[in-house]
Design a protein around this ligand. Structure first.
Ligand code: NAP
Length: 259
């Protein structure tokens, strides 16, 4: 049991964030979880409190909104402890050229600005406590720049570099950093982009995982020195192949693909 430990998880209404919340509640962590679908996340918090006897606070936050983000930071400051921060909230948006630019800028705010701001708000406290951990949820898309995933891949790549660089600043302070890079995961993510589950699984058949498995593996690897963590054998294999592939072969190969 982790008595008096608190974890903050953004985007825990469903999917990977909810899976993290369930495992950590089971381990005895108190939680502060965020989301926007109020009814769903409040019912989830009630379920976790009843089942595991922990305290679960809910913050309804649109993370692309500065004032709501600041309110969340105040709520985090008021917590007696922050042992673990998981910057997980995120969404996909296909299409760049003809797309709605505001949605791409919103993605920058959620994936990049909010993660930087929240990390910065807890890190001083973790250094003072000489313990703590931060998981930034990126994606294998960070390693696969491709059509239909322009801003998404770029923001997730930012998280990889940000986490690795911060690790080099924090590694002597007892703080564990991880950038989690899942591949295809069965969550609400694809449905929100208007994609039917079976359709997308047929188009991209490789490496699908459950959010529970992704969160479980991530937490198991958190204490190791593996800062960039890609869960799943197939996802690891794909990242390795793509990273080694000459760009003159890679670009033509992916140019006709769409996520
Ligand atoms: N599913 C995949 O295949 C996959 C693969 C690689 C990486 N990921 C990453 O995994 C993370 C979790 O996604 P998921 O797959 O678990 O999807 P999900 O089930 O849709 O969960 C996404 C969470 O993020 C929250 N969120 C999204 N946009 C937000 C915003 N503007 N402001 C505040 N909260 C926001 C959602 O809140 P509400 O639902 O309450 O609005 C929800 O709680 C994301 O960062 C995603 O990029 C997913």
């Amino acid at each position: 049991m982790n008595k008096n430990r608190t974890a903050v998880i953004t985007g825990a209404t469903s999917g990977i964030g909810a899976a993290f919340a369930r495992i950590l509640a089971q381990q005895g962590y108190d939680l502060l979880i965020t989301g926007r679908r109020k009814e769903k996340i409040c019912a989830f918090a009630d379920e976790l409190m009843a089942k595991y006897g922990v305290t679960v606070k809910v913050s309804i936050v649109e993370l692309s909104d500065d004032s709501q983000l600041e309110r969340l930071i105040e709520e985090i400051r008021a917590l007696p402890d922050v042992s673990l921060l998981i910057n997980n909230a995120g969404f996909g948006k296909a299409g760049f050229v003809a797309g709605d630019v505001d949605r791409h800028l919103q993605m920058l705010r959620v994936h990049v600005f909010a993660a930087v701001r929240l990390t910065q708000s807890v890190v001083g406290r973790m250094i003072a406590a000489e313990q703590g951990a931060i998981i930034n949820v990126a994606s294998v898309a960070a390693f696969f720049p491709m059509p239909g995933s322009v801003t998404y891949s770029a923001t997730k790549r930012f998280l990889v570099t940000f986490t690795e660089a911060l690790h080099t600043e924090l590694m002597t302070h007892g703080i564990h950093m991880q950038v989690l890079c899942p591949g295809m995961t069965r969550t609400d993510f694809h449905g929100k982009m208007g994609k039917e589950g079976q359709d997308i699984e047929n188009r991209y058949p490789l490496g699908w995982m459950s959010p529970d498995k992704v969160a479980e593996l991530s937490l198991k690897r958190l204490d190791s020195h593996r800062v960039v963590y890609v869960p799943g054998v197939m996802n690891k294999f794909l990242v390795r192949i793509v990273s080694k592939m000459p760009r003159c072969l890679y670009y033509p190969l992916v140019s006709r693909m769409r996520t």
